[in-house]
Design a protein around this ligand. Sequence first.
Ligand code: FES
Length: 218
Amino acid sequence: MTISEITRNQMRELAARYPKSRSALLPMLHLVQSVEDEVTTDGINACAEVLGITSAEVTAVASFYTMYKRKPVGKHHIGVCTNTLCGLLGGDAVFSALSERLGAKNNESSADGEFWLERIECQAACTHAPVMTVDWEFMDDVTPAGAVEVVDRLARGERVQSTRGPVIRDFRATEHTLAYPLDGLVNEGEAVDAKMLVGLRLAKERGMSAASVPAGEA
Ligand code: FES
């Protein structure tokens, strides 16, 4: 699909926010995904044109970061963390159950094109391992059956809430938020809960503190 003039204007607006316009490339690529479902060749060319760099330079960035896709993601992106802690606590079983439900392997979409399944790296959410993400919203302490139920509910068009509060929208909406974080949703849901603070509480109770960093090494 051709990138519309509206999207090009939004790209120009993003580029104008930075002292060096090429710093806007990452949000611009999210913007492309918010309208195209993937980073298309037209999207790459539009970014290059707006920033005055080559399409090869844009492609180098888009192909380096795994959040940028060169195939259509579909309505929902499903990520399953299978790094060490999540993997040990059931992440691989969660991935297998979802793979069977969706008929998709890693980095593939379901037959109907509605869901994209992906093994993802540590989300810095190990406290709630195993963790699954839906359009990058957290589903904490997930089980294989619970993960499949989330997908079933989304497939039926039901309202699904992340375990941290926000209601799941869709991949395109999330990508738009990643391009324009000032969307008023910053305080949606809980950023931190008691389980995440156990280590801090214990450290305080025991009078522990981090070692100081020698001057000049911070
Ligand atoms: S290992 Fe899965 S969130 Fe850290």
